[in-house]
Design a protein around this ligand. Structure first.
Ligand SMILES: [Mn+2]
Length: 250
């Protein structure tokens, strides 16, 4: 049984950092860690999901997920890998279009190793820090209530047995751009801040108490790390890898 909601205790020894959508740009993630002098014996790295697809080093995700200091929630791209079905032409085309070629072409036994790792990624995570409780998930908090989200995810015993309604709710959690595009939402109750990715912007920005950390690294912009103590974003540029088709709003 996978654990779909994770709670991390406060890190009393070191620092916590949250990284935006990596999308296979692990070289730049290493550069970021060097920039902040990351110490794996006491610091922790948290991810808002979408570690894979489009970028050149997606296959390295297993190595990263195995690090004891690395904690990642599942993004819509990990979910696409989980739902990918070679026998379904539509799902193949959709995943290929979304940068999943690296996964689609792998032998079945390798795909299975990735599926096991992705299905073990929680859909949401919370971490206690000096500012209060911080939430992480990929796109948005359905219902704008963290306590309700926690209760719901803790109550899910088997993800393969979800009702249609719960599948829609999960879809919103990892795919929604409603708030990011100015839809009418409320601040998320139950956390001081919610860190998300999914909707790339030129800079880190905040809508209500939701912080958008995807700064379009894989689109030739930059990859960004948010230290949870200073809340001052740190970025490294990412060379343009030819995926610059996506419009990034300022
Ligand atoms: Mn995404």
């Amino acid at each position: 049984m996978s654990k779909l909601f994770a709670s991390l205790p406060a890190n009393t020894q070191g620092r916590d950092f949250v990284v935006g959508d990596v999308h296979g740009c692990f070289t730049e993630l290493r550069q970021l860690l060097e920039t902040v002098v990351f110490d794996g014996s006491r610091d922790r790295l948290l991810s808002v999901g979408d570690l894979v697809d489009r970028g050149p080093e997606s296959a390295a995700v297993l190595e990263w997920l195995a690090y004891p200091w690395f904690y990642a929630v599942r993004g819509n791209h990990e979910q696409m890998a989980l739902e990918f079905d070679l026998a379904d032409t539509d799902s193949c085309e959709r995943y290929l279009h979304n940068g999943g070629g690296w996964f689609i072409c792998r032998p079945e036994e390798e795909k299975q190793r990735y599926r096991e790792a992705f299905s073990a990624m929680p859909l949401a995570m919370e971490v206690a820090c000096e500012h209060g409780l911080v939430g992480l998930l990929h796109a948005d908090c359905p219902g704008d209530n963290w306590n309700a989200l926690r209760d719901k995810l803790k109550g899910w015993q088997d993800e393969s047995l979800l009702s249609e309604e719960d599948r829609k709710w999960r879809y919103e959690l990892i795919w929604s751009r409603e708030r990011a595009k100015g839809g009418e939402r409320q601040p998320v109750v139950g956390v001081v801040m919610l860190c998300v990715g999914h909707t790339p912007r030129q800079e880190v920005r905040q809508v209500d108490n939701v912080h958008y950390l995807d700064t379009g690294g894989v689109y030739g912009r930059k990859l960004t790390l948010l230290p949870l103590d200073t809340l001052e974003p740190v970025s490294v540029p990412v060379p343009d890898k030819g995926y610059g088709y996506k419009v990034i709003e300022s």
